[in-house]
Design a protein around this ligand. Structure first.
Ligand SMILES: Cc1cc2nc3c(=O)[nH]c(=O)nc-3n(C[C@H](O)[C@H](O)[C@H](O)COP(=O)(O)O)c2cc1C
Length: 206
C-alpha cells in the first residue's frame, strides 16, 4: 500500500475520469489479489456521513465467482430480463447484449460486492457512502489497467448472493465486475446542460 501514497505515482485524475468506461467483455487473465488489495485499501479513503465508514465489500474470484454468474443469469431470467425487454423493445440488440452480459458477466474473473451496514441515518446516506467508495474503485482500477462495470441490475438476487457469500444484516448496493478489458467500449456523450451557475459576478448577480 505504501507506494500508492507517493504523489504523482499514478495517472492524472482527469485522464482517469475521462478514460474510465463500463467494460462488459473481459480477458480470462486473473487479477492478482495484491492489486485488488491496493485498490480496496485506497478506495475506502472516501468521505462518509458522520464518518461512519459503514461500507462492507466482498471480493470474489474462482469457483465462487462462477456461482455468482449463475445467480446473475437466474436473476435475469426471473426478473430483470422482462424489464429490459420492455424498455428496449425497439432495440433488440440491447436486449441480446444485456442477456449475454448477465449470462457470463463478460467473463470477468472478479466480482466485488458492495454492501452498506445500516445505521441511524437514512438509506440515502448509506447508499451515498458506499457509492463514494465504488467510484474510487472504478477510477483506481482504471489506473491499474483494469476494466470495471458498476451493476445494480442483479440486486433482486440479494438473498441468493448473501447465502452464497455468508453475509447477513447488510444492504447490497451494487456488484462491480473487474478484469482486464477485451473490448474498446463506446464513449457515451454527456447529455444536455445539467449544470447551471448562479450568483457569480459574471452573471451580474454578485
Ligand atoms: C448505479 C449504476 C448502476 C448500473 N447498473 C448497470 C447494470 O446493471 N448493468 C450494466 O451493464 N451496466 C450498469 N451500469 C453502467 C451504466 O450503464 C454506464 O455507466 C453508462 O451506460 C455510461 O457508460 P460509461 O460507464 O462507460 O461512462 C450502471 C451504472 C451505475 C452508476
Amino acid at each position: 500500500m505504501s507506494k500508492l501514497w507517493l504523489v504523482g505515482d499514478g495517472m492524472e485524475l482527469r485522464d482517469a475520469i475521462l478514460g474510465r468506461r463500463s467494460v462488459r467483455k473481459y480477458k480470462s487473465d486473473p487479477v492478482p489479489k495484491e492489486v485488488l488489495e491496493e485498490i480496496m485499501d485506497l478506495a475506502v479513503w472516501a468521505p462518509s456521513g458522520m464518518n461512519r465508514q459503514n461500507w462492507f465489500f466482498v471480493v470474489v474470484a474462482g469457483d465462487l465467482r462462477d456461482r455468482v454468474v449463475e445467480i446473475c443469469y437466474q436473476g435475469y431470467l426471473s426478473y430483470i430480463g422482462r424489464k429490459v425487454e420492455k424498455v428496449f423493445s425497439h432495440k433488440p440488440h440491447v436486449v441480446r447484449e444485456t442477456r449475454s452480459f448477465f449470462a457470463t458477466l463478460g467473463g470477468a474473473p472478479v466480482v466485488i460486492f458492495a454492501y452498506a451496514e445500516p445505521g441511524p441515518e437514512s438509506i440515502f446516506t448509506d447508499v451515498q457512502n458506499v457509492s463514494a467508495v465504488i467510484q474510487n474503485i472504478l477510477l483506481l482500477a482504471h489506473e491499474r489497467g483494469l476494466g470495471t462495470c458498476w451493476m445494480t441490475g442483479p440486486l433482486n438476487m440479494e438473498e441468493e448472493f448473501n447465502k452464497l457469500l455468508g453475509v447477513d444484516g447488510k444492504k447490497l448496493v451494487a456488484l462491480i465486475t473487474v478484469g482486464y478489458s477485451d473490448e474498446v467500449p463506446k464513449v457515451p456523450p454527456r447529455r444536455g446542460k445539467k449544470v447551471v451557475y448562479r450568483g457569480f459576478p459574471e452573471d451580474g448577480e454578485s
